[in-house]
Design a protein around this ligand. Structure first.
Ligand code: ADE
Length: 247
């Protein structure tokens, strides 16, 4: 997969190439990441890329010409253009799973007070937000996407379980996890995890995953289709967590 980032701050994004999972995805040729400096397409020798908004108002807008020419410098028939914007649909795990199946995504980053709307209407496939707050530009949002997509690419994580098991993959939050030592300052790991009984552990983890979701993100349960086992556990949790004999 290829990701092209169109930005006024290519050095900011370039840094991500050297780290952790994203770095590995790149070095193993599973991800190609390029940064295009929108200023290379500036309208004059002063490298101007912004101007005052027609009709007045605060701040400066990024102009159409440098952006469109930056898009055209990387776009092919298999590319999709995404504009990072607080007006976009809020990013979630489902969207990251869709993005990782694209051949080439172009992430357009705005700055100043935004960009000329003709770009959005005519050259952008979709706007993406990373949350209901306003950042100074789209670069951090692009980095969130690069990070979130890299780890989903085939072969990047050691095993598929690494993400099929975790929060948001199946619409629930992940169960709590523990590692050695077994006890620290009187804080013990739940005995059941040391029992070696895989079926009991599976049920325990499912219950704790549902408990976590109910306590921390009850809104997720509205969109989740629960199977019979999950419904039974949830009912038990809602009735005060009394032991229902599941484990
Ligand atoms: N640019 C500014 N704010 C943003 C946000 N919340 N998400 C994505 N891009 C942005």
């Amino acid at each position: 997969m290829k990701i092209s980032v169109l930005t006024l701050f290519p050095d900011f994004i370039e840094n991500i190439k050297d780290f952790s999972i994203v770095g590995r995805a790149i070095s193993e040729n599973r991800l190609a990441l390029e940064c295009i400096d929108i200023r290379d397409f500036a309208i004059n020798k002063y490298l101007q890329v912004d101007d005052y908004p027609y009709g007045g108002g605060p701040g400066m807008l990024m102009q159409i010409k440098p952006i469109v020419e930056a898009i055209e410098s990387v776009k092919t028939e298999n590319s999709k253009v995404y504009y990072m914007s607080p007006q976009g649909k809020v990013l979630n795990q489902k969207k990251l799973n869709e993005l990782k199946n694209e051949e080439h995504i172009i992430l357009l980053n705005g700055h100043y007070e935004g960009i000329d709307n003709r770009v959005i209407e005519n050259y952008v496939d979709e706007e993406i937000s990373i949350g209901d707050y306003v950042l100074t530009g789209g670069e951090l949002a692009s980095m969130v996407i690069i990070d979130g997509v890299s780890r989903l690419l085939d072969g990047v994580l050691a095993s598929e379980d690494s993400f099929t098991d975790e929060s948001h993959y199946n619409g629930l939050l992940e169960h709590p996890q523990y590692t050695r030592p077994r006890e620290y300052r009187g804080l013990a790991v739940p005995d059941i995890l040391l029992s070696g009984d895989h079926e009991k552990i599976r049920k325990y983890r499912l219950k704790e995953s549902l408990r976590n979701t109910l306590n921390k993100r009850p809104d997720l349960l509205k969109n989740k289709k629960l199977n019979e086992e999950e419904k039974k556990i949830l009912k038990d949790l809602l009735e005060g967590g009394k032991d229902n004999g599941l484990y």
